[in-house]
Design a protein around this ligand. Sequence first.
Ligand SMILES: [Zn+2]
Ligand SMILES: [Zn+2]
Length: 336
Amino acid sequence: MLHTTCIASAAGTRTAFNNSEQAISEVVRLGAGTHQSSASQRNSTVLSPSTYWDQYQDITKSNAHLSVAERLWAAWYAWMQNDVLATGIMSFAIHELFYFGRCLPWIFIDSFGFFKKYKIQSSKVPSLREQWDCAKFVLLSHFTVELPQIWLFHPMAQFCGLSTSIPFPSLWTMAYQIAIFFVMEDTWHYFCHRAFHWGPLYKTIHKVHHQYSAPFGLAAEYASPIEVMILGFGTVSSPILWCALTGDLHILTMYIWIVLRLFQAIDAHSGYEFPWSLHHFLPFWAGADHHDLHHEKFIGNYASSFRWWDYLLDTEYSPDAMKRRREKKVKADKTQ
Ligand SMILES: [Zn+2]
Ligand SMILES: [Zn+2]
């Protein structure tokens, strides 16, 4: 059963509908519709706006209290009349747009040699050819491995109580839920990634991702299909698990989570460490130098977003961590 909850009211009161078809016909019926009269003239009982923008205008007429974003949102789900398809297309489009969009500045920075003094491994700048080959591989992976995962998200989350309703949840609700998803995903990523460095798994799965010892933005999702599926599971299942436990998840929160997680992964692979990088202000944030060292040395720094798992389980690889380990060893030798 489709489950778009659309808000529409001729008199300004809100009405919840349980599926897209009901929503779309109610929106048209309640709206002072030119479409309604034209449909009547055609002697038709189906009062459905023909285009997305017709749908948007109909919703706007009877829902002045909604923000533009909320109207665009409601029009999309009402017009599509298939929530799984609406979410699938939207998620995939967001993923492609923000992945490649976020990579573009890094491609320019590498190509034109901007910020050279902030490049972590300054002698290893990726060529345009390397970046193009990487982009083709990533694109293939998006269509073959990630697309089915994105498609499955909506029915699974819907089963757990996912909401597509308007108005949107508050900024605070979205912020704290996304913070929880970051913590959940980071934990999943740490243990899976650490396991991937076990000999047989490294050779058969994770070696692909380590092709670039000096990473760059596009290389964030350059990995074997099995790795993409396993690590992607952490990104998709964190909100699903949250939704199953609390019954409180809006799909807009999921979209923003996907975008922020993409930004985190791409920036961690950028190869640049700036004085204004986030981990200088949030010391537990992993950032680019954390993951760059992992690609350079092939050991330690397994977490994605935060530094605490590597710190707690003594897998941190940094000058400070090495120093701490040396001091600990000297101390232990003295006591023997
Ligand atoms: Zn690795
Ligand atoms: Zn990596």
